[in-house]
Design a protein around this ligand. Structure first.
Ligand SMILES: Cc1cc2nc3c(=O)[nH]c(=O)nc-3n(C[C@H](O)[C@H](O)[C@H](O)COP(=O)(O)OP(=O)(O)OC[C@H]3O[C@@H](n4cnc5c(N)ncnc54)[C@H](O)[C@@H]3O)c2cc1C
Length: 383
């Protein structure tokens, strides 16, 4: 829907789409099969504003509007779910660093991240703390000139493959008192901890890791911002992360639509292209309608953030609606492809698997409903 975008926004969409179609799309099938990711190509993508777009110029970023960033995520989602997830997490790490890192931390972590020379993970979820992230139990106790960390994290995207991460821990005082959730920068080059990839269904070119910390030493110079200020930090990154996930789902719906149109025009049954059958047209139109309505909600959330509004309600609605819609879009696309849709050589087999992720990370659909319910009704249904 070009009428929703101004000239600069359309130009960005067209140029990034052309780059992704030519340079990245031909690599996807092989990487998915091998479960690898072309990290070396990311710096070229950052030139469009991926990762750097969410960072102020004063911190070395490109400081793009949320609308421009939404377009980038939509196009990444249209091309490859593993790419969208990877740049989304790098962007979250970059935004947290830009908001809190001191001079030394910016030099060590943010500058190389924005240059595409180092990569980071975002470690909030734990085996016992998922939707209720604030109940996390990984602890850090002061020892000498640093902290000793004990605990574990779960489903951490690309921890295997990244150089450092933002680890959210509960800092304990000398008498074991809770000093609050705090962000620590954990550099694989200086701290020892366990990392293993958990085999998973979607996003085959990412790792989804369990991290274990057993008396892991982290220097005090790696504390991000204030001790006790970590949860606010993590949650602020997640708000725009939600919009990014929503826009990734819009792009994936768009990919489902394009693949379905191509297939239905080519596939012949009963001596006609299946595109000529009314029930087939109904499914294609349903995907198109889901895609456009999702896009409208995503763009609305981006415009709200650009207008200086908190945008939490709009981002939750976009995450909820786009995440649920892409389930239907991918299911219909697979149905339209018949048996071919279940074969790995068909792109819709991957779309179907990747779509399934859209309702879970960065707040499940149910958690988005609870946020919106509180906004509308003034009562929290969470506790
Ligand atoms: C592919 C993938 C990548 C991820 N990447 C990262 C990452 O990089 N970093 C990170 O920190 N985390 C990451 N996560 C974790 C993700 O954020 C959590 O999976 C998510 O927050 C849900 O937590 P959970 O899986 O523990 O589910 P749970 O919280 O146990 O939820 C289970 C079910 O209960 C429902 N539920 C829970 N509470 C309520 C409630 N109050 N009311 C109604 N229903 C409720 C949920 O909606 C869900 O349906 C990732 C997850 C996945 C799947």
């Amino acid at each position: 829907m070009s009428t929703l975008l101004d000239e600069d926004e359309r130009a960005l969409r067209d140029s990034v789409r052309s780059f992704l179609d030519k340079k990245i799309a031909p690599l996807v099938a092989d990487h998915e099969r091998a479960k690898t990711f072309p990290w070396d190509l990311l710096p070229e993508l950052y030139e469009f504003g991926y990762v750097r777009g969410g960072v102020p110029e004063s911190a070395g970023g490109d400081q793009m509007s949320m609308m421009m960033q939404a377009i980038l995520m939509e196009e990444a989602g249209r091309c490859w779910g593993s790419l969208r997830t990877t740049v989304n997490v790098q962007g979250m790490v970059a935004r947290v660093l830009a908001a809190t890192a001191d001079e030394g931390q910016r030099e060590r972590f943010l500058a190389p991240l924005l240059a595409g020379k180092r990569f980071g993970w975002f470690g909030l979820t734990e085996p016992g703390a998922g939707s209720d992230a604030g109940s996390l139990r990984t602890t850090a106790r002061r020892r000498g000139d640093g902290y000793v960390v004990n605990g574990s994290k779960l489903y951490i995207t690309n921890a295997l493959g990244c150089d450092f991460g933002i680890l959210f821990v509960r800092v304990l005082g000398d008498d074991g008192e809770d000093l609050g959730v705090t962000g620590l920068l954990v550099d694989s080059a200086e701290s020892t901890f366990g990392v293993h990839d958990i085999p998973h269904m979607p996003l085959r070119s990412t790792t989804s890791c369990e991290l274990t910390f057993d008396d892991t030493f982290v220097p005090a110079a790696n504390v991000l911002g204030e001790v006790g200020g970590g949860l606010r930090l993590g949650m602020s990154a997640i708000n725009s992360g939600r919009l990014n996930m929503a826009m990734g789902a819009v792009g994936l719906s768009q990919a489902c639509l394009e693949a379905s149109i191509t297939f239905c025009q080519q596939r012949q049954q009963f001596d006609r292209p299946i595109a000529a059958f009314q029930l087939v047209q109904q499914m294609v139109v349903e995907i198109a309608t889901l895609t456009e309505t999702s896009r409208l909600l995503g763009y609305q959330a981006a415009r709200a953030l650009d207008a200086g509004e908190p945008g939490r309600y709009e981002c939750s609605m976009a995450k909820y609606y786009c995440g649920e819609s892409v389930q239907k879009a991918a299911t219909l696309a697979l149905q339209l492809h018949g048996g071919a849709g279940l074969m790995e050589e068909s792109p819709v087999e991957r779309y179907f698997r990747d779509a399934r992720e859209a309702t879970i990370p960065e707040g499940t659909s149910q958690i988005q409903i609870l946020h919106m319910g509180k906004h509308l009704l003034g009562h929290s249904a969470m506790r």
